[in-house]
Design a protein around this ligand. Structure first.
Ligand SMILES: [Fe+2]
Length: 237
């Protein structure tokens, strides 16, 4: 099993989160709790999260998430990971959608735990503020690598195992091309390093755009609400 070389990456702490976004999340939590305690009788209204999150297209948002320092340390770690683990296509996906990736839960559990902490304490409150939905259960958290040699282009798809997908570029400016296309809405150019693009991936058909040169590295979160899925399953059987 891969052991993280830089222990800062595996610390369950908020040092790696953009300060303004972190503060907005903290300031929004009382309103989220009040909404949940009220059992949805009253609308949640605007929260401080709405000041840091920007809408790009309907239900497609961006937010500054990770500090640049975290992204540069993670890029250094990826060099070690490439040597020890290597990027592999996900055999569970059909061939057109396979992107070389490192699945953190399988290969780098320390990093998986620190990213899960970010999901629970930063991303999930953001989803609550924007959609009044919980989505705190990672289906997969992975590092994806788009490049010309291995996989030029994704193809149109829904991320069927996740309700919400979050894509964070780690090295914007170090490659040419890339970005995400959304059916019915248009294209989104690569966001600055550390900024998160998030959207309901079960409903929004999308694809990665071709990288023309260089390597594009992304941190990708596929998230869902496991309790909702268990509840649905129990109703069916
Ligand atoms: Fe996707």
């Amino acid at each position: 099993m891969y052991q993280v070389k830089n222990y800062l990456l595996s610390m369950q702490s908020h040092w790696m989160i953009n300060h303004t976004t972190y503060q907005a999340v903290q300031d929004s939590v009382p309103k989220i709790i009040k909404f949940k305690a009220g059992e949805g009788v009253e609308a949640m209204g605007k929260t401080p999260v709405h000041d840091v999150v920007k809408k790009i297209h309907p239900d497609i948002y961006k937010v500054p998430l990770f500090r640049r320092k975290f992204c540069s340390l993670l890029m250094k770690e990826i060099e070690h990971m490439k040597r020890e683990i290597g990027f592999q296509p996900n055999e569970d996906e059909d061939e057109l959608r396979q992107i070389p990736e490192i699945v953190l839960r399988d290969h780098a559990p320390e990093l998986y735990r620190s990213m899960w902490f970010v999901v629970q304490t930063v991303l999930n409150p953001i989803f609550n503020a924007i959609w009044q939905r919980d989505c705190a259960d990672p289906a997969t958290i992975q590092i994806a690598n788009y490049n010309l040699k291995d996989k030029k282009q994704g193809s149109w798809h829904h991320d069927e195992s996740s309700d919400i997908s979050v894509v964070v570029p780690l090295n914007t400016g170090k490659y040419v091309g890339g970005g995400t296309a959304f059916h019915n809405y248009g294209e989104v150019a690569p966001l600055p390093t550390g900024h998160a693009l998030f959207f309901p991936s079960f409903t929004h058909l999308h694809k990665g755009l071709p990288v023309e040169s260089g390597d594009r590295y992304l941190l990708v979160f596929w998230l869902n609400n496991a309790k909702r899925i268990v509840d649905l399953y129990e109703k069916i059987i």
